[in-house]
Every structure is written in structure tokens, then in C-alpha cells.
Design a binder for this molecule. Structure first.
Ligand code: SDX
Length: 426
């Protein structure tokens, strides 16, 4: 696959480094030959490093383009169901009608969780953050499937992907119900994926006339799709690195959930609502912007490592936000505040010079709040949706030989020194 070579001369030695082109996007320079050079490459934050080859998702940050298996994200979000997108991430193409029916049935068969798992929740305080619960219970799932944990067995890998995608909504809803002190709701297999999640979140055993809301269901499904996968982001890279040790997929997904929780990553949607609460009204925006420019705070929901133009997901999310608020007749002052923030930021040189635009998290929280989902559940929903992406990358890694991920470092610590007894230490 190498087309031409880059040349590197260091310490009088010249190294030929193969340049490898992909289907789209930047070619890569294979630096394996550095092994002989006595040097490591150095790239904190992996800003210019491609640790893997992948066929799943392509992002062009300059054009604001996001493709899942070649399909543009806006076309998927506006026309497909989330589970169809999950199928494409897993298998390479959108499903035929027959494949769709079979896949949807498989997911329906695995939405329930072992009843013993309910006891895991009882160990948490009622006010535990649902992400803390999710990290725990998803990792614990491996304890219920000992018979299907051979990562070298393709059938075990396949059924685990189905189980994880099927059970994340159930576990997510359980983490919410537990925090509310309400009984867990069993999944209803006559509901579609998003309907089922909303049912398990908001219905109670006393509801004899629970009613689905098609606008909210469609919005929820779109939000799942917009969060399904995103190339080698921090949590997906975490899943791959954990997977490279041969760890079981439940443990790898739990590691991904833990990484996603950070406010610079998936925790941003929760942080956006907290930021809007802190600002309060449009009149306070100029003062808040001064705090951003002085680097006292970040404008949450803005900026992205890859998108330096616009995040195509944010555009679809904004459209969905307008649809949901209109359908529900909600005039949320937070939306007006968010739009005022966006307008000011897009006209301000500080943000323009730094290519800071709304990302996927900027509007999602406003929709979720309108649906009645508490802020603490926002990142849980992100994790629920991203599970199809995470497990697709895990499967892709296992589809070919791989080595354990073991980066090196630039060491700037102490040179060798002798041990000193405690009584002689100064
Ligand atoms: C997600 O990787 C993915 O694909 C992630 C994701 C996915 O789907 O998996 O897309 C999901 O995580 C979206 C991002 C959600 N996070 C936020 O909204 C938190 C706020 N954003 C920032 O934390 C930041 O923009 C990052 C972390 C998203 C990106 O950071 P980078 O690429 O490392 O950029 P940087 O920190 O080098 O910033 C460059 C400059 C700096 O200014 P200087 O110090 O050079 O003057 O821009 C500034 C930063 O201070 N900056 C911001 C800012 N983001 C960057 N200033 C104010 N507000 C911000 N949000």
C-alpha cells in the first residue's frame, strides 16, 4: 500500500518512511523504521497520529464532513433508524429489508438483563451519578456471560455486540429509575429501540395508558444516530487500547464509558446546561464571554479537535431542537440563550481565530431537557448511542492480527541515584 517514501535524516542516518494513502483524507507516514533510529516520535494528545487503519467512519474537519461507512451523517440521521446505522457500523453496509428485520429481532431478543444485575444497583447511593453506575454495571455484565467470552471466537464476539447494543438502553433506564426511587421497567419488545428506551425511562407499573410520542421518539432516535460513532475519539481509542490487551468486550466498553464521562468529551452536554444555568440571561453573555477569553472558563459545547469549520452533527441537532420545542410547545429560554451565545461567538475574533464552532454537544442538552431527561443522564445517553461505534471498532480490531498498544515516552525525570535511608534523608 506504500506509494512513495518520506525521507528523514537524523544523526547522519537517512530513513525511508513509507507514505501510505487511504481511500479518503490525509495519507500517513509509516514511522516503524524509527525503531532503529534511537528516537521516538512525540505527539502529546495524538494531534497528528493515526494509530490504526479503519473503514468505519471518516471525518473531514475542514469540510465539516462525517461519513459512517460512506453514508453522510445528515442523510443517516434524517432517513435511517439508529439500529440501521448500528448495523452499518457493525457490518459495513446499511441492511437490506431482510437483514434489518433479522437484526432488529435479534436486538429485541436481548433487551432484558439478568435479574441478579438489579442487586448491583442496590449497592449505589440513590444520588450516585448514573455514569458511575453505568461504568460499574456494564463492566459487571461480563460476569453473566462466562460461556461467551472467548474474544478469539467470532460467534462470541458477534453475540456480545448484540447483547451490548440491546442492553444499554435497559441499563441506562435502570440507572435513571434507581436515582428516582422508582421501580425498574422491563423492556417492551413491541416497541422500537428509542420507544423502548423512553418507555423504560418514563413509564411506571401503574401506567395503564402509557402513550408514545412520535416526535420525541424520532428525536431520541436521531440523537442516538448523531452520537453513534466518531472515528478515533478519546473513548473509542480507550476501547481499542483496552481491547488490544485481549480484555473482554464488556470491560472494554466500560473503559470507554469511563473515558467518555470527562467534560472535555462526552460530559460536555451536561456541562453545556450547567453553563447556561450559570449565565442565566442573555444580558450576562458579554461578561461570561470575557471570562472565556481570559481562559477562566471554556465555552462548553464549542470547539473540536477535528472540526475546524462546523460539526455537521450540530446542524442536524439544531434542526431537531427546533422541531421538538415547537412540537412540545416549549419556549425554553435556554434555547434563546444558546442561540445568542452561538451568534456572539461566531462573530467574535477570539472564536473565529481559534476555529471554535458549536459541536454535537451544544444543542443536544436542550433537546434532552425538553424531553424531560435530567442533565445527569445526558452523558449516559451519549454512552448508550456510542456503544454501537465502540463495539464496531472493537470488532474491527479483532478482524485482523493486532499487537498490544504500548506507547513510549519522553522521560524528563531524575537520572539514576543511590537509595538513601530514611534517617539520612534531608
Ligand atoms: C466531543 O474527539 C471527538 O470526536 C469527540 C466527540 C465525539 O463524537 O466523540 O466529537 C464528542 O467530545 C465533542 C467535544 C465536546 N467538548 C466540549 O464541548 C468541551 C469544550 N471544548 C474544548 O474542551 C475543546 O474545544 C476540545 C477539547 C473539544 C478540543 O480541544 P483541542 O482540539 O485540544 O483544542 P485546544 O485545547 O488546543 O484549543 C485550541 C485553542 C486554545 O486557545 P489558546 O490557549 O491556544 O489561546 O482554542 C481554545 C483553547 O484555549 N479553546 C477554547 C475552547 N476550545 C478550545 N476556548 C474556549 N472555549 C472552548 N470550548
Amino acid at each position: 500500500m506504500a506509494d512513495t517514501n518520506a525521507k528523514l535524516t537524523v544523526n547522519g542516518e537517512e530513513y525511508e518512511l513509507p507514505i501510505i494513502k487511504g481511500t479518503l483524507g490525509r495519507p500517513v507516514i509509516d514511522i516503524a523504521a524509527l525503531q532503529e533510529s534511537g528516537f521516538w516520535s512525540y505527539d502529546p494528545g495524538f494531534k497528528v497520529t493515526a494509530p490504526v487503519e479503519s473503514k468505519i467512519t471518516y471525518i473531514d474537519g475542514g469540510k465539516g464532513e462525517l461519513l459512517h461507512r460512506g453514508y453522510p451523517i445528515d442523510e443517516l440521521a434524517n432517513n435511517a433508524e439508529y439500529l440501521e446505522v448500528a448495523y452499518a457500523l457493525l457490518h459495513g453496509d446499511l441492511p437490506t429489508a431482510e437483514q434489518k428485520a433479522e437484526f432488529f429481532e435479534k436486538i429485541r431478543e436481548h433487551t432484558a438483563v439478568h435479574d441478579q444485575l438489579r442487586k448491583f444497583f442496590e449497592g449505589f447511593r440513590r444520588d450516585a451519578h448514573p455514569m458511575a453506575i453505568m461504568v460499574g454495571v456494564v463492566g459487571a455484565l461480563s460476569a453473566f456471560y462466562h460461556e461467551d467470552l472467548d474474544v478469539s471466537n467470532e460467534e462470541h464476539r458477534e453475540i456480545t455486540a448484540i447483547r451490548l447494543i440491546a442492553k444499554m438502553p435497559t441499563l441506562a433506564a435502570m440507572s435513571y429509575k434507581y436515582s428516582q426511587g422508582e421501580p425498574f421497567m422491563y423492556p417492551r419488545n413491541d416497541f422500537n429501540y428509542a420507544e423502548n428506551f423512553l418507555y423504560m425511562m418514563f413509564a411506571t407499573p401503574a401506567d395503564v395508558d402509557y402513550e408514545k410520542n412520535d416526535v420525541i421518539t424520532r428525536a431520541m432516535d436521531k440523537i442516538f444516530t448523531l452520537h453513534a460513532d466518531h472515528e478515533q475519539n478519546a473513548s473509542t481509542s480507550t476501547v481499542r487500547l483496552a481491547g488490544s490487551t485481549g480484555a473482554n468486550p464488556y470491560a472494554c466498553i466500560a473503559a470507554g464509558i469511563a473515558a467518555l464521562w470527562g467534560p472535555s468529551h462526552g460530559g460536555a452536554n451536561e456541562a453545556v446546561l450547567e453553563m447556561l444555568d450559570e449565565i442565566g440571561t442573555v444580558e450576562n453573555v458579554p461578561e461570561f464571554m470575557e471570562k472565556v477569553k481570559s481562559r477562566e472558563v471554556k465555552l462548553m459545547g464549542f470547539g473540536h479537535r477535528v472540526y475546524k469549520n462546523f460539526d455537521p452533527r450540530a446542524q442536524v441537532m439544531k434542526e431537531t431542537c427546533d422541531e421538538v420545542l415547537e412540537a412540545l410547545g416549549i419556549n425554553d429560554p435556554k434555547l434563546e440563550l444558546a442561540m445568542a451565545l452561538e451568534k456572539i461567538a461566531l462573530e467574535d475574533p477570539f472564536f473565529i481565530e481559534r476555529n471554535l464552532y458549536p459541536n454535537v454537544d451544544f444543542y443536544s442538552g436542550i433537546i434532552l431537557k425538553a424531553i424531560g431527561i435530567p442533565t445527569s443522564m445526558f452523558t449516559v445517553i451519549f454512552a448508550l448511542a456510542r456503544t454501537s461505534g465502540w463495539i464496531s471498532h472493537w470488532l474491527e480490531m479483532h478482524s485482523a492480527p493486532f499487537k498490544i498498544g504500548r506507547p513510549r515516552q519522553l522521560y524528563t525525570g531524575e537520572t539514576r541515584r543511590d537509595f538513601v535511608k530514611v534517617e539520612d534523608r534531608k
